[in-house]
Structures are given as structure tokens and as C-alpha cells.
Write a protein that binds this ligand. Sequence first.
Ligand SMILES: C[S@@+](CC[C@H](N)C(=O)[O-])C[C@H]1O[C@@H](n2cnc3c(N)ncnc32)[C@H](O)[C@@H]1O
Length: 302
Amino acid sequence: MSGEDIYYKGDSDYWKAYREGRPRVPDSYFERIIEYHARNGGEFNVWHDMGAGSAVHTRRLAPKFKTTIVSDSGASNVEAAKTYLGEDDSYKFRVAKGEEAADLEPGTVDLVFGANMIHYTDVDETLRAVLHQLKPGGTLALGGFGLPILLDPELQNLWAEVIHRRFEVTFESNRSAVGLFVQASSPHDAVPFDTQYFRSGALRLKFNERNGWSWRRCMVPKSLDESIPHVTRFGEEDVIVHENNDDWSFEADITVMRKILETFPLPPDPVRDNLWRQLEIAFGGRVVPATWPSSLTLVTKR
Ligand SMILES: C[S@@+](CC[C@H](N)C(=O)[O-])C[C@H]1O[C@@H](n2cnc3c(N)ncnc32)[C@H](O)[C@@H]1O
């Protein structure tokens, strides 16, 4: 079972709700990608937004490059991307998996960006496809935005219960997709970069894991630690950086949290509904500070 079977066969309405419920990604995040790419000698001709969905982030990087390839494995998502971006000759659209690159000229892409998507793919196949298309000295940037942390211990505990319950139910009904859940619950920790093909020193940035809440712990209940182990496939010279970054802060109320929850499929579940009611009551009319754990993994092709 692939990720697409579980999630994401979206039309424009689906993606509108997704945009509302996922984080406002700060400019500094994209500036970091550009800075890394330039520092490592990258050029600014062609970039590829892989697994772009409805082009959620495409406009954030497109102005820096002459040509933008937008791809997604779902045809309806690529249609939604075309509608969202509009007509522009600098955009080239593909319905293609991350694992597929035979239609792209070898060594022609300067930067590949994949946000919140690599866990849905066969990671080794996707890395092979990325290496096929990247120029030597080109950048692979993997983005990931996890689940928010409410900076109020009582509310965070209740929110985590809602999220953990949803995750548990999704896992139980898709047990054969354990590889997907291992990848999804680690901020790219299980994505390896073979230094035969990538320069050593992959940069693994991890933002806003705080108050004891890691990306993984926000998502996976302790009861699933054995079934869904935390797999790390770090290289010896990888650089792992943890940072708090206030650019990701936001003000959370119960309406905002509902929008975030609704970016996931929510099959009927009275247990989750009950947990949600407890969160609603505890929130009352309050607004509390919150932040998004996120990750950015940057590596250069040899
Ligand atoms: C969570 S959405 C991410 C969309 C966008 N990149 C973002 O960060 O908001 C995951 C996307 O990955 C796509 N996807 C799933 N399996 C894929 C695969 N094997 N190759 C490429 N994209 C895939 C889905 O269709 C979906 O659009």
C-alpha cells in the first residue's frame, strides 16, 4: 500500500483546506535553501518541486530560477497545481512519481525540492532518480513540517492525545505500510545519503523541537515505539543542528487547531471525537502560543 492510497487524491477544494491547515512557512526557511545552494556553487537555471501537491510552495522558490518543474504522482493534484499557478511558460508540469526520472535529461536540474513527500516514496528509488536529474554540485532539499506544539502543557497533552489516536487508527488499518510510518515519524532521519554519490556533510536542520516534544513524539504514541521504531541512517559526517526558530510561531485557538486536524483524513471515530471535545473544553475561548517542529535536510550531489 502506498501513501497515495491512504492520502492525497486532491481536488482544488481539498487543497484549499490543506493550505489553511498547514503552516505558513516563513521566508527564512526558503532563504536557507537558497543560501545553501549558492554557497555550494549551485546554479539557478532549473529546479524541480517534486511531490508538489497543488504547488503549495512552488511560488516561494520559482522566482529564483528560470525554469520550474512541478511534479506529483497524482494527476488531479497536478491539475490543481496548474489551476493554482496559472499559465506561465516557466512552469513545466509532470505527472510522475519521485521515483521516476527517465523523462528528464540526466544532469540538467540545479535543485530538487521535496516537501512532506519523500516518506510516501520508495526512498532509495527516489534518491536514484534525484541523482539522475541533478547536475554535479546540485542540491537536494528535503522539507518537512510536522505537527504543531501548543506551548501550554495541559493543552499540548490533550492535543497529542487527539493526534496519537488518529495516528494509531491510521497505522492499525494500514499495518503493511510500516515503512511509510517509519519515514513519516522521523524528520528525514531514515533517509541515508551515500557519500559515493553525495558530498559528505549532509546538513540536517531540525527546528522547534521543545518542551520534551520531538517531531516523532508529536506524532507517534509511546505504545507504537516498537512497531514503528525510530530509524536513523545518518552518515558519519552528517551535520545535525537543532534550533528554535521563532519565525514558525503562531497563535492557536480551537478553530485553528481544527483546521490543522482536518488536513488529515478523519474516518468516523467516537474515541477521537471524545478526546477532541476535551481539548475544546480545555481551550475555551483562549488563544495560546504555538510552534511547528519542522526540518530541512540539505545535501549536494558530487
Ligand atoms: C503532504 S503532500 C505534500 C505537498 C507539498 N509538497 C507540501 O509540502 O505541502 C504529499 C504529496 O506527495 C504526493 N506523493 C505521494 N506519493 C508520491 C510519490 N511516490 N512520488 C511523488 N509524489 C508523491 C502526494 O500526491 C501529495 O501531493
